[in-house]
Design a protein around this ligand. Structure first.
Ligand SMILES: Nc1nc2c(c(=O)[nH]1)N(C=O)[C@@H](CNc1ccc(C(=O)N[C@@H](CCC(=O)O)C(=O)O)cc1)CN2
Ligand SMILES: Nc1ncnc2c1ncn2[C@@H]1O[C@H](COP(=O)(O)OP(=O)(O)OP(=O)(O)O)[C@@H](O)[C@H]1O
Length: 216
């Protein structure tokens, strides 16, 4: 491991202890590794979310603009495409200005809806100014009873690794959603550069992103 990666790792939670016993790439797909991995993920999420919340608002805005520019280059002409975005919370990059610009150029932005815990998300179309209502955990969701399938899912991440695995809030929502979609959308995880960890100890349910886009 490089010094830099080693330092970064020390900044966050300790790795699961079995990692010291297994040489090289540990096989953490075994079932008995999961409790350990889950504890490591919980501690790592807490560190990373705290670090994210400490970014000053003006800096966060600048980083969100940088992410939007990179997304723009990545996806090209958005016209006619359904793009799953999100209503930001807990220091996530605010991509709502980009959402508005996608809409202006003929894309169909959509926001995720938690139907219930431990179940896939659905997506509802959302145009800037549309009425929102409070969903599960008070997350604002479009107040329209219409479901659409995204062609592209832009999902906020808490952490990520070099193999494009994404660490979310731990609800398993995005993984469950992607697993049941009839057609795999383009998956883009977005976040801040400091959120990279050497590995998230991917499990059988974890689905890697096609791209990770970060700034910072
Ligand atoms: N902006 C945004 N919207 C999103 C997501 C996201 O990551 N970001 N989601 C992506 O999945 C879904 C919501 N996921 C969530 C997952 C956990 C919690 C949460 O507050 N969990 C509590 C524990 C709740 C419990 O188990 O009772 C916590 O972490 O303290 C909230 C939203 C859909 N909407
Ligand atoms: N396709 C699936 N089917 C059943 N359970 C799943 C599936 N995907 C994830 N889970 C479960 O969801 C829980 C949380 O998973 P994980 O730690 O990967 O969440 P996360 O990726 O951080 O969260 P999110 O996707 O909401 O951002 C785990 O217990 C996992 O087993």
């Amino acid at each position: 491991m490089s010094d830099e990666a080693d330092n970064r790792r020390k900044t966050y939670a300790s790795p699961p202890c079995f990692m010291h016993e297994l040489a090289g790439g540990a096989d953490t797909s075994q079932e008995d590794a999961w409790p350990e991995v889950r504890r490591w993920r919980k501690a790592t999420r807490e560190h990373l979310i705290a670090e994210r919340l400490a970014i000053p608002a003006a800096e966060r805005t600048r980083l969100a603009e940088e992410i939007a520019q990179k997304l723009e280059r990545l996806i090209g002409d958005p016209s006619g495409r359904v793009v799953g975005l999100y209503w930001p919370f807990r220091g996530e990059p605010d991509l709502r200005p980009w959402l508005a610009s996608l809409h202006d150029r003929g894309a169909v932005p959509a926001l995720p809806v938690v139907v219930q815990k431990a179940a896939p998300l659905t997506f509802r179309p959302y145009r800037p100014g549309d009425r929102l209502e409070r969903g599960v955990w008070n997350i604002p969701v479009p107040a329209v009873d219409k479901e659409i399938m995204p062609d592209i899912i832009v999902s906020p991440l808490v952490g990520f690794d070099a193999a494009n695995y994404r660490l979310g809030y731990g609800g398993g929502f995005y993984d469950r959603t992607i697993a049941v979609l009839p057609k795999r959308p383009l998956l883009i995880g977005i976040g801040y550069t400091f959120a990279e960890v050497p590995t998230i100890y991917p499990q059988p349910h974890d689905i890697p992103m096609n791209h990770i886009v970060v700034a910072g």
